[in-house]
Ligand binder design. Structure first.
Ligand code: IPE
Ligand code: IPE
Ligand code: MG
Length: 231
């Protein structure tokens, strides 16, 4: 089949969904799904780098995920803390710049410290950007951006000013948004930036996601025709 002229997407964003159902299928507690989900994160970063993707955004915790049991939330944050600590060496070795989107000021202080520390340690890198969406919600991001714009003495070009106030300032719009687990919705993810993103849904549950699953998504992307309102 003739592939479209599209190159590898520059920015891939993933809604990592299905950890709970993965565990349920195996009669395991939900948290086991999250533990295996971390392995899928490691595999996906490695594969994304290998395929020449420059920006990888992973939706890890939404502004709506606070609705979950306190126990599960606590476990997710302990897992995140462990991940941020353990990955430090590998991020430096692989020249990965670590960034976040979402309101991290609302996260537990120890997590904020880990985030700050990893950002600092990787701030000089430009080869690959790993962006974790933490306490992220597009509606919340947009409202926070508007607040920032309103605080400015001189707004100037409103579009520019607004976009520079989003958490994704300096990050290109996602070319491809992937959602695992078979759900077909965006769940408050990159609603402004994803205006022209290609969407790809797979039934694969997040803990099973791997290099092959990512390569399939990229292949589908390459066959798409992006028009951006033109021809
Ligand atoms: C995604 O898996 C991880 C987070 C949202 C933190 P879920 O925990 O949503 O898994 P399901 O959707 O219940 O299977
Ligand atoms: C979306 O998954 C958020 C993350 C993957 C972090 P959810 O499981 O929270 O989404 P809904 O509730 O099914 O829409
Ligand atoms: Mg889910």
């Amino acid at each position: 089949m003739k592939l479209n002229s599209y190159k590898t997407p520059k920015h891939v964003a993933i809604i990592m969904d299905g950890n709970g159902r993965w565990a349920l299928k195996k009669s395991l507690p939900r948290i086991r799904g999250h533990i295996h989900g971390v392995q899928a994160v490691r595999r996906t970063i490695k594969a994304a780098k290998k395929f020449g993707i420059k920006y990888l955004t992973l939706y890890a915790f939404s502004t709506e995920n606070w609705k979950r049991d306190e126990k599960e939330i606590k476990f997710l944050f302990s897992l995140l803390k462990e991940y941020l600590r353990k990955e430090r060496e590998s991020f430096i070795k692989n020249r990965i710049k670590f960034l976040t989107i979402g309101n991290i000021q609302k996260l537990p202080q120890d997590i904020q410290n880990e985030i700050k520390s990893l950002k600092k340690a990787t701030s000089g890198f430009r080869d690959f950007f790993l962006i974790l969406a933490l306490n992220y919600g597009a509606r919340d991001e947009i409202i926070r951006a508007i607040r920032k714009v309103l605080k400015k003495k001189k707004i100037g070009d409103l579009k520019k000013s607004f976009e520079n106030s989003l958490d994704t300032a300096k990050i290109p719009d996602p070319d491809l948004i992937i959602r695992t687990s078979g759900e077909k919705r965006l769940s408050n993810f990159l609603l402004y930036q994803g205006a022209y993103s290609e969407l790809y849904f797979t039934k694969t549950l997040w803990p099973d996601f791997d290099e092959e699953a990512l390569s399939k998504a990229i292949l589908v992307y390459k066959r798409r025709k992006r028009r951006f309102g033109g021809y």
